[in-house]
Ligand binder design. Structure first.
Ligand SMILES: Cc1ncc(C[n+]2csc(CCOP(=O)(O)OP(=O)(O)O)c2C)c(N)n1
Ligand code: SF4
Ligand SMILES: [Mg+2]
Length: 331
């Protein structure tokens, strides 16, 4: 499809549907809630992945709503796997494809290997198999759908739930402000593996999302893309606000859009002046109980994290070597 290069896409801050691929790989008929940002993200990520791919998907909302036997919304070869082993399954697919190619049994293009999971399936339950796959240098792309809680089982907290948010297992009350801990920095964990490509994205910035997934797929070795996915059901926000909420997450500095290529940080969407965090928190019922002192704390924390990120984007980091596995065997 590539009518457009990444650099060109950066000149546009509007979405022009005719520039994007028309073919659907995540088809209608799934049972995601009205206004689900995660379903929108899946639709566009699968378009960016393109024709030749095999997907391993953890349990979670996007699996539950889309694959009730005997129906499926997925047009790719797609394997539903347990939380713990999504990346292990992707590793196995990558190893099998390499062996088939080496034996001359794979005709044509080698399919891309993609693993997907929610924030619970990524930053909690699937973390060790993901870490192993990143460390072994498999040629695959991991996409995390981050809706900031265990949504499909009834909105329980995960380690990706932000400070202060109400969930059914972090309820606010006299002795609790809601989620007592800060959101786990899964992106920094992925970067710490020294892999060639890591990025954040969200479907409110479709070009940005699309080209980051393309880059991830085309990168030899492991790539990780962390997609903030607005969940009106769990966030207690209006269903017609999903795109707006994704934009507010970026405009307030809560979820900056950046990429890390071979260790180098780069903001892909620059925000000259951040909006106050309250603009993002207020439309969400999960933060409704927070008092002025907690809101002030969140504002300060967000500002500090954003400045740290800007620092990394400005710093002249040494180029990491590409983490591609050496050829097996010796000369
Ligand atoms: C090992 C294991 N523990 C718990 C469950 C039950 N379970 C199914 S989906 C889910 C929540 C998944 O949360 P997340 O990965 O964030 O995806 P979301 O539903 O939010 O998209 C849980 C806890 C399970 N299937 N397997
Ligand atoms: S609970 Fe949230 S993430 Fe799951 S389908 Fe509904 S809106 Fe989407
Ligand atoms: Mg989740």
């Amino acid at each position: 499809m590539e009518k457009f290069g990444y650099a060109q896409s950066q000149k546009f801050d509007t979405y022009a549907s005719r520039l994007m691929p028309r073919k659907e790989y995540f088809t209608s008929g799934h049972r995601a809630c009205q206004g689900c940002g995660e379903a929108l993200a899946v639709r566009w990520v699968t378009k960016a992945i393109g024709e030749d791919a095999i997907i391993a998907h953890a349990t979670g909302c996007m699996e539950i709503v889309s694959s009730g036997m005997p129906q499926t919304s997925w047009m790719h070869p797609w394997i539903h796997v347990a939380f713990e082993n999504t990346s292990a399954v992707a590793s196995g697919i990558d190893a099998a494809l390499k062996i088939l190619a080496r034996k001359g049994k794979l005709k044509g293009k080698i399919p891309a290997v993609v693993a997907m999971g929610g924030d619970g399936g990524t930053s909690d339950i699937g973390l060790q198999s993901l870490s192993g796959a990143l460390e072994r240098g498999h040629n695959f792309t991991y996409v995390c759908w981050d809706n900031e809680a265990y949504m499909n089982t009834g909105i329980q907290r995960s380690s990706s739930t932000p400070y202060g948010a109400m969930t059914t297992t972090s309820p606010p009350g006299k002795l609790s402000i809601g989620q007592p801990t800060q959101k786990k920095n899964m992106v920094a964990i992925a970067v710490a593996h020294g892999i060639p490509y890591v990025a954040t994205a969200n479907p409110s910035y479709l070009f940005d999302l699309y080209f980051k997934i393309r880059k991830a797929i085309e990168t030899p070795g492991p790539a990780y893309v962390h997609v903030l996915s607005v969940c009106p059901t769990g966030w207690r926000c209006a269903t017609d606000l999903s795109i707006r909420m994704g934009r507010l997450a970026v405009e307030t500095g809560v979820f900056p859009l950046f990429e890390v290529e071979n260790g180098r940080y780069r903001l892909t969407v620059e925000v000259p002046k951040l909006r106050p965090v309250i603009d993002y928190l207020k439309p969400q019922g999960r933060f409704r109980h927070l008092r002025a002192k907690e809101l002030e704390f969140i504002q300060k924390h967000t500002q500090a994290q954003y400045e740290l990120l800007l620092d990394k984007c400005g710093a002249a980091y040494p180029e990491f070597p590409l983490i591609t596995p050496p050829e097996e065997g010796h000369e």
